[in-house]
Design a protein around this ligand. Sequence first.
Ligand code: C2E
Ligand code: CA
Ligand code: CA
Ligand code: CA
Length: 389
Amino acid sequence: SALKHFQIGETIFSEGDPGEWAYIIESGRVEVAVNVDGQPFPLRILTTGDVLGEMAVMDTAPRSASAKAIEETVCVAISSHQISERVQDADPVVQLLMKTLLHRIRNTPQVTSSPHLRIPNGKAPQSPAENDQVLDKMRLESELRAALDNQQLRPHYQPLVNIHTCQVLGFEALIRWFSPTRGHVSPGEFTSIAEETSLIIPIGRQTLKQACRDLAQLQTMSPDRVLFMSINVAPRQLAEADFLAELQAIIDRYKLQASQVKLEVTERVFMEDPVALKTLQCCRQAGFHIALDDFGTGFSSLNYLTRFEVDGFKIDRAFVREIITNPRTQVLLSSMLTMAKGLGMQTVVEGIETLEQLKMLQRSGCDIGQGYLFGKPLPFREVQQLLNK
Ligand code: C2E
Ligand code: CA
Ligand code: CA
Ligand code: CA
């Protein structure tokens, strides 16, 4: 789990150690001390909400102090990975300022500069709201890392249907996290945190495997038509050198065709890492389908479509939500559908919730529909039952 427990008197880390973890104190008290002539000299006492051990993790120098629990203490452990990735991604000026600052702190004689031990009166010190948000994010990220190891992440599957016949053509794998402490965590929230770090790489790999394995099973239940699986893929996953080789190995293992797997990417893939775009191109050459997700909501211009071919668009549900009430939205949506047709692309419209919306879209030339009207994302067992009907 992401939580670490320390008994009274237990050492959390020692001066000179390499910095593997930083900690957020959830409860208890920790004494930070330095060695002076072989004697521990206490510098400060930290308590709930304080962060410790972050310096050695940030600059990879050895620990400049020791820390021990002086009460029974519970901490969230933050891996050096979580911090170093953010430091490496930071603006170079910020990196330089941070290094300068850390160097200065390390070279300031703390013993003489702080002769009085700061002892908190038991109440957590007031921290600004932004701090709380950052700490919450780090906590969530630590828990997510543990959740991956503990098999708490599972894809659910939402049907994608022929908009005219409503026949199920395939599914989108949508990841779910049930945390024993937090309950259901919104995928929008935790996938964006995972995508900011390389955590999306192992999570994505696991999702690809599970979704392909489950597709193979569903396919055996539906011998008369070929089903597909749409899988969301982040730019960071595509930037991994072996992404395609792994994907290929997965479909070989489950005896699937490349065309049964659709990779859903957002326009970000055209703006971030060029390696990711190259991988995507290779995936397409290998026969995997590429769909542009959340189409119409991004900030990029359309000119990438002059250079890069994709197989389909997924029009964001923001458009569908207003299609009945806003005539302008209606014009935009039908123009997008016409453009896709002209480019020879398949269109998926997501977020269809009402019959009225469905009827309108059937007239607008859309191919595939997705939304609560046809079915919510369901656990694998329930999808099997749905196909059996
Ligand atoms: P997305 O890829 O745009 O997925 C569509 C979202 O719309 C899903 O939300 C789905 O449950 C929801 N949805 C579908 N039909 C309806 C409808 O009729 N009404 C309403 N109100 N919502 C509908 P969900 O499952 O919460 O996922 C949110 C986002 O999390 C996804 O947006 C995607 O960006 C991300 N995500 C989910 N699974 C993965 C994954 O395995 N990998 C990555 N990288 N991102 C994922
Ligand atoms: Ca998607
Ligand atoms: Ca979408
Ligand atoms: Ca989205």
